[in-house]
Design a protein around this ligand. Structure first.
Ligand SMILES: Nc1ncnc2c1ncn2[C@@H]1O[C@H](COP(=O)(O)OP(=O)(O)OP(=O)(O)O)[C@@H](O)[C@H]1O
Ligand SMILES: [Mg+2]
Length: 221
């Protein structure tokens, strides 16, 4: 369960305008939800609250049944390990190979080397990077980096999967394939939230949507 109650978020020292204001909704376990709204509406900010990179300035946030504000700091890493994130700017680690970037969540989970290798290679093949295992992220095109970011987010089968504009750098066929992967995660039980500007993807994949505009939740459904 992901639940926001009257959540507000303000960046900086409190003089910035509200990035999110009076946002309330609940997402059931195992749901798939689009996150929509114009540039600057607050989509990435909402996702940052969901993956516990930021704390709400006001209101209550519940993620995977826990209120991070009430948890001791040392309990946060365990909660974060259950969340997979595709960042809008990828956040790949430049000194690690493609394989090692994608393997990171499984290494953190303590998966054995033998199982890890098979899972990571299969995932990288699925996103079309099976021949690039030993390359560094800088050697990949923008779309290839984006697909690596998606592989890394899904490989650990997270309970909550958050994807921030995960197809922005992909052609139509690749975008469809990546959305199919996110939907497959949903089918296997993950709660999935995908921010996108693509009306075509939303039309092809009907699902409930959170619609933001200038920091306000306009609708959910
Ligand atoms: N680190 C930050 N510091 C200050 N303000 C920020 C920061 N990140 C975002 N904002 C502001 O918060 C508001 C919402 O930004 P956010 O990035 O959440 O929008 P978005 O819907 O993800 O936009 P886009 O579709 O362009 O990615 C914007 O007004 C933005 O300028
Ligand atoms: Mg954004």
């Amino acid at each position: 369960m992901v639940r926001f109650r009257d959540v507000g978020l303000r960046y900086g020292d409190g003089r910035e305008p509200w990035a999110l204001r009076h946002v309330g909704f609940a997402l059931e376990d195992g749901s798939f939800t689009w996150l929509l709204g114009p540039s600057g509406a607050g989509k990435s900010s909402l996702l940052r609250l969901m993956h516990l990179s930021l704390r709400a300035t006001e209101g209550e946030v519940e993620v995977l049944g826990q209120d991070p504000a009430l948890l001791p700091r040392r309990a946060l890493p365990a909660l974060r390990r259950r969340i997979g994130v595709v960042f809008q700017d990828y956040r790949l680690l430049p000194h690690l190979t493609v394989f090692e970037n994608a393997a990171l969540p499984l290494r953190i989970q303590g998966v054995t080397e033998a199982r890890l290798r098979a899972d990571v290679e299969e995932m990288l093949r699925w996103v079309g990077l099976g021949e690039r295992l030993e390359d560094r992220p800088q050697a990949l095109s923008g779309g290839e980096q984006q697909r690596l970011a998606i592989a890394r987010a899904v490989v650990g089968r997270p309970a909550l999967l958050l994807a921030d504009e995960p197809t922005g750098n992909l052609d139509e066929a690749q975008a469809r394939r990546m959305i199919a992967l996110l939907r497959e995660m949903h089918r296997m039980g993950s709660t999935v939230v995908v921010a996108t500007h693509s009306d075509a993807l939303v039309e092809e994949n009907p699902a409930p949507a959170l619609r933001l505009d200038t920091g306000r939740l306009e609708s959910h459904g």
